[in-house]
Design a protein around this ligand. Sequence first.
Ligand code: BG6
Length: 464
Amino acid sequence: MTKTNKGFPKDFFWGASTSAYQVEGAYDEDGKGLSVQDIPKPYHDKICDFKVTSDHYHHYKEDIALMAEMGFNEYRFSISWPRIFPDGNGPINKKGIEFYNNLIDELIKYNIEPVLTIYHFDLPLELEKQGGWSNRELIIDAYVQYAKTLFEYFGDRVKFWQTINEQNMLVLYGSLLGTGATQKELYQQNHHMMLAQSLVMKLCHEMLPEAKIGPAPNIACAYPATSKPEDIVAAQNFSAIRNWLYLDVPIRGHYNKIAWSYLEEFDLVPTFEPGDEEILRGANPDFIAFNYYNSATIEHAPYDAPVGDKGDQQMAFTIPGWFKSFDNPYLTKTEFGWEMDPVGLRTTIREMYDRYELPMIITENGLGAYDTLEEGDIVNDPYRIDYLREHIEQCRLAIEDGCELFGFSPWSAIDLVSTHQGCSKRYGFIYVNRDEKDDKDLRRVRKASFYWYKKVIASNGSDL
Ligand code: BG6
């Protein structure tokens, strides 16, 4: 294909991402309530929990100064719901508002655009105790009130909003990410999230006409394992259930037919109340934020296929009669077993643009690896540079294909604590000196990828 070599648009967002519970620490300070993530899990015997993490709560000025030094013009972060509403609803914690006001002001001081995630896996524990996302009466209203509060306090400075981080992973890997429930319940929770997100998008448009809001699922293109026709159907099934369901509802205003027939077949259809269809039609997102770590390769699964272990949130899985994951022989894996597929990122962007024609921003992409702090505060991470270089290159090609991509915000700006694999699985451009069971001095150290990304940003993506 002949390329026009247009490169990245001049106002392209270059930055990186984090989430509150994985980076902030200060889990019970200044009036913050607990979230579902603050409850110790069995694996926290061996690896760190979310109490201190990178202590960004106390280091945010230093961290943002480092982001500015790299040249960020964007930073994607999430608000901790229980830092604003310790009980999930009820009284506002003014100290929480103050913290995010300061953080946003600090970003603006450096001309870094805040891209704010309303909810990233850290449901307030008090809400969970009352049924969490299963309790329709409680949760939809609580989420809408929470978002409304954020719009009121931060809407004068925040122009880009995302509703729910990786709703698809919350539903498909509920037990791993803190929403443990039966399959049936998970799809009912999913329906409540869809309604809540729709109401919040509508509210955002009413309260902040200048702002833009979108969903933030994890999207992975699906390859059929072979050209066997049944494998093609299986790959389509996978995409419909794992990807499109989470974009079709907010963007097209309804569930897609393939996902719906899956829900029917397995008796997972959620209960709709009168008016739900209309609420779902009212979302009208302005853009798609999406996370991409890898593609999926899929083969046909007979009805008697063993289900097996689901692995973690980036591993494809099996639904008998519908699809089965397949190890792609053309791809290599990270130290943590995740396939790496930069070309798959271009394919994913193209497929999404073809289907929805909405502007897109990549809100996560990155390599989790064991980094080593060498003498003299040196961290050499050429593997991360290679990974990101190859993915950025594919973003450029997707833009030249005609897709509207307006930002690249990889995971993560700074080392933080992984969802379930501790702090030794590092993703950041900035090293945080701590290990699993010792918080050490939490010193910040610029990795080799820090200097490389700075150069990439300065050249608007042309010097990779
Ligand atoms: C995404 C999440 O699933 O992947 C992040 O949005 C997460 O919260 C990231 O940290 C990487 O996953 P992990 O399990 O390596 O932390």
